[in-house]
Design a protein around this ligand. Structure first.
Ligand code: NAD
Length: 312
């Protein structure tokens, strides 16, 4: 792989994760944010991620130390990207901010560098309007926690070249990720569209009083969640129907009845948000533990699942 020098723009939750992943396989990682204190916070988090990987035998301890040494920081974007072959932007999900940052990436990075965005709700077709070489801009959307979850979604905008998409895919594979390439750009890509459908129904079940937030999570966790790490919606219906054609023949109508009784709002009603906040705050785990503690527990559990399931 001839991408060895990379830059991460934005050292928040996602930028920290990318810096961790890049530092393991690339020779140099420039991490950039708007202040020294944010960079220090980002670096502390990267060190924790690398130590976590080493503590769980996902990375050699010496390699974790060497990876950390390969990360350098700066508050100047021109310095961050000046000799990067690949730049991953992870600043807030807002077209105005992304376009300013992309214009700078375009101006200061080498002409053939790949300019990637972590955006989770925006389209590359819009972001790339801010640059002079839109063909090298591509969306590369990771999952949180970035240093653990293999899935990344890759989607070009209207002006992205097929070569850029192919290069981003090869680079992600080189990093050990499992890239999925979208043939058509759609808001929310694949994962966030699936999550959006699930969330709308979960919110409505709680608001209608069908079940508590705790029980909706439990039903997901011990039912769909436990089974689906090794399946997906399509393999599931093939098994559920004892053959996909039979699924549509015998179970199709039960889905009609479910869908007819489901809500189809396209913006979260304020009453729904209010009842969800109340319901979630009543969950025992949320009363007992901080966000940091829940995230640590999630990462511990994820490692066990990753080791059991393996990666594609
Ligand atoms: N949080 C998630 O679960 C998740 C998952 C996948 C993708 N994403 C996407 O990743 C991107 C970053 O999200 P996040 O959760 O890391 O946000 P965050 O708020 O944790 O971090 C954003 C960082 O960008 C920095 N920043 C703002 N303006 C900047 C600028 N002009 N130059 C350099 N840095 C700047 C901020 O100081 C902050 O440190 C967003 O597009 C988001 O939608 C988020």
């Amino acid at each position: 792989m001839n991408i060895s020098r990379v830059a991460c723009i934005g050292a928040g939750l996602i930028g920290q994760g990318w810096a961790t992943v890049f530092s393991i396989r690339c020779s140099s990682v420039m991490l950039q944010d708007t202040s020294e204190s944010l960079l220090q916070e980002g670096l502390n988090r990267v060190r924790k991620h690398l130590s976590f990987l080493a503590a769980h035998d996902l990375l050699d301890r010496g390699e974790a130390d060497r990876a950390f040494e390969r990360i350098h920081t700066t508050t100047a974007i021109e310095e961050a990207v000046s000799d990067a072959a690949y730049v991953q932007e992870s600043v807030p999900d807002n077209y105005e901010i992304k376009k300013i940052v992309f214009a700078d990436m375009d101006r200061f990075a080498p002409a053939d560098a790949v300019l990637a965005s972590s955006a989770s709700g925006l389209l590359m077709t819009e972001i790339q309007k801010a640059v002079s070489r839109p063909e090298r801009c591509v969306l590369v959307h990771p999952m949180l926690p970035v240093h653990l979850l293999p899935c990344v979604e890759i989607a070009g905008g209207k002006k992205t070249s097929p070569e850029t998409v192919a290069l981003a895919k090869r680079f992600m594979e080189y990093l050990g990720k499992s890239p999925v390439v979208l043939n058509v750009e759609v808001p929310g890509y694949i994962v966030n569209r699936l999550q959006a459908a699930l969330l709308r129904e979960s919110l409505d079940l709680v608001e209608k009083g069908v079940a508590s937030a705790e029980d909706v999570d439990k039903a997901f966790r011990t039912g769909i969640g436990l089974r689906d790490p090794i399946l997906g919606p399509f393999l599931r219906i093939h098994l559920a129907g004892n053959g996909v054609e039979n699924f549509f023949r015998t179970l199709g109508d039960s889905y009609r009845v479910r869908w007819e009784s489901m809500v189809n709002w396209t913006a979260i009603p304020s009453s729904t948000a209010a009842s969800a906040c109340k319901a979630v705050r009543q969950m025992r785990v949320i009363r007992d533990k901080t966000i940091e503690e829940i995230a640590s527990w999630r990462d511990e559990m994820l490692v066990k699942i990753l080791k059991a399931v393996g990666e594609e």
